[in-house]
Design a protein around this ligand. Structure first.
Ligand SMILES: [Zn+2]
Length: 83
């Protein structure tokens, strides 16, 4: 891994709490964690049809997550908003 990328990863780890940093991103049906508080749902169009996106906020570290539920995309899942 290039040093630049390593440094970026370290910075990210400081922002995310331990359970958040354990979430597997961009993987369908990966679990979240117990301190995520569910927010609003929205629907978005994808090439393959509709996806439902649910916002979550971590009660511990304040990170805002989105979970994309898209049956057609194995790589839709958790992502950090603005991260
Ligand atoms: Zn967190």
């Amino acid at each position: 891994m290039p040093p630049e990328l390593n440094r970026q990863n370290e910075l990210k780890k400081k922002v995310l709490c331990e359970p958040c940093s354990g979430i597997q991103r961009h993987w369908r049906r990966a679990p979240g964690h117990a301190e995520l508080v569910q927010g609003a749902n929205r629907r978005e169009s994808r090439e393959s049809g509709h996806a439902t996106i649910t916002a979550y906020r971590c009660d511990r570290c304040g990170t805002v997550w989105e979970y994309e539920n898209n049956k057609a995309d194995q790589h839709a899942g958790w992502s950090v908003v603005g991260g």
